[in-house]
Write a protein that binds this ligand. Structure first.
Ligand code: AVJ
Length: 319
C-alpha cells in the first residue's frame, strides 16, 4: 500500500484577463507611465527575486533573517499564541518556516500573487511539516485582503516580512495596515521594515554589479507581453534605480534607450528617448516614523528589534 501524504489546500482567486489589461493599459498611458510592481512576479520573476536575496549588495533579506533568528522568543511574548500564521507575500516561504519553532503554528496560510510558484513551494513545506495544516492562497492581497473560509475563525498572526510594505507610499501603507488589522481578527502582526541609511548602500542594493535586479526589472516587460500581448523589446530598455531623499524611497524605472512605440491589442504608447516607466517604489523608514504609522493604523503593544548594523527592523504589535 502506498502511504497517503497530506496535500496543501490551495485557493486561487480568478483574475479576469480584462481587468489585468485595463489596469496595465491605464498605467502605460499615464504620464509618467507606470507598471504596478506586482507584475514583477510571474514564475521567473519570483525566481529572480530569490536570486536578488542572495546578492552581496541586497542586505535586507540577510539583515531580516538575523533578526528573525535572534528574536523568536520575543515575538512569541509580544504576539502571544499564534495557532494560525498568515504569511503575506510568502514567496519562497523560508522566513515563515524559520519562525515555526518559536511560534508553533497549527495552521500556515501562505498568500502570494505568484500562484504557480507558491503551489510548488507549499508541496515542499507540507512534506517537511506533515502535522501542519497548510493552506495556499493565490491572490493580489494588496487590492483585496480576503481569506478563504477554510482559514477558519479566531485570531490570526499576520506576517508581512521583507519590507514589502515599502512598495506602498506611506498614505497607502496606512490603509493597508488598517486592512491587515481587520483581517487579524483580534490577533497580531509581525512586519519587516527597511531603514533609512546611506544613499550609496541603498542604491547598490537595487543596482547590483551582476545585473540581477536589472533582469528582475526588465522581466516585467516579458510578463506584460505574455499577459496583454504587448510588443516590448527588452533590448530597448535600461534599468534605472535612484534614491529620492525627500520621499525617502528607492525608485526603479525602465528607461527607453531610443524613441519607440509600444503596441498591444487595444492601444499603443509612444516614448521619446530617455523617457521612463516607473516600476517600483521601495520606501525606507526610521523606526520612529514606522511606529507612528502602526499606531495610526490602530496597532498596539508595539515593539521592534533591529540587526546589529541597524539596517532593518522587525516590528511586533497586537490588533
Ligand atoms: C520585495 C518589495 C521588498 O523593495 O526591496 C528588490 C523588491 N525590488 N529589488 C524591495 C525588490 C528590487 C523588494 N520587496
Amino acid at each position: 500500500a502506498r502511504a497517503a501524504f497530506r496535500q496543501p489546500q490551495f485557493f486561487q482567486a480568478p483574475r479576469a484577463v480584462e481587468s489585468v489589461r485595463e489596469e496595465v493599459q491605464a498605467g502605460l498611458l499615464a504620464r509618467p507611465a507606470q507598471i504596478p510592481p506586482k507584475f514583477f512576479y510571474d514564475t521567473l520573476g519570483s525566481r529572480l527575486f530569490d536570486a536578488i536575496t542572495a546578492l552581496d549588495e541586497y542586505y535586507p533579506t540577510r539583515s531580516e533573517a538575523q533578526i528573525l533568528a535572534a528574536h523568536g522568543a520575543d515575538f512569541a511574548r509580544v504576539i502571544g499564541p499564534a495557532p494560525t500564521l498568515v504569511d503575506l507575500g510568502a514567496g519562497s516561504c523560508e522566513k515563515a518556516v524559520s519562525l515555526f519553532p518559536a511560534l508553533q503554528p497549527r495552521r500556515y496560510v501562505a498568500v502570494d500573487i505568484s500562484a504557480d510558484y507558491l503551489r510548488d513551494i507549499l508541496q515542499t513545506v507540507q512534506r517537511a511539516h506533515p502535522a501542519l495544516e497548510v493552506i495556499g492562497v493565490g491572490t493580489d492581497f494588496a487590492s483585496r485582503l480576503e481569506l478563504p473560509e477554510a482559514v477558519g475563525p479566531g485570531p490570526r498572526a499576520m506576517f508581512y516580512p521583507g519590507s514589502s510594505i515599502g512598495n506602498f507610499t506611506p498614505e497607502q501603507a496606512l490603509g493597508f495596515l488598517q486592512r491587515v488589522r481587520e483581517a487579524a481578527q483580534g490577533g497580531s502582526l509581525l512586519i519587516g521594515v527597511d531603514r533609512v541609511k546611506d544613499e550609496g548602500e541603498l542604491v547598490r542594493a537595487y543596482d547590483d554589479a551582476l545585473g540581477v535586479t536589472a533582469a528582475f526589472n526588465l522581466n516585467v516587460l516579458r510578463h506584460l507581453n505574455r499577459r496583454i500581448g504587448s510588443d516590448f523589446v527588452l533590448a530597448d530598455w535600461r534599468h534605472v534605480a535612484r534614491f529620492d531623499a525627500g520621499l525617502s524611497r528607492i525608485e526603479m524605472h525602465l528607461e527607453a534607450r531610443r524613441a519607440l512605440t509600444v503596441r498591444w491589442p487595444g492601444g499603443e504608447r509612444a516614448f521619446v528617448a530617455g523617457e521612463r516607466i516607473h516600476t517600483e517604489n521601495s520606501c525606507k523608514y526610521t523606526p520612529e516614523a514606522f511606529e507612528a504609522l502602526l499606531r495610526a493604523a490602530g496597532w498596539q503593544a508595539i515593539e521592534h528589534w533591529s540587526d546589529p548594523q541597524a539596517r532593518f527592523s522587525v516590528f511586533a504589535a497586537r490588533a
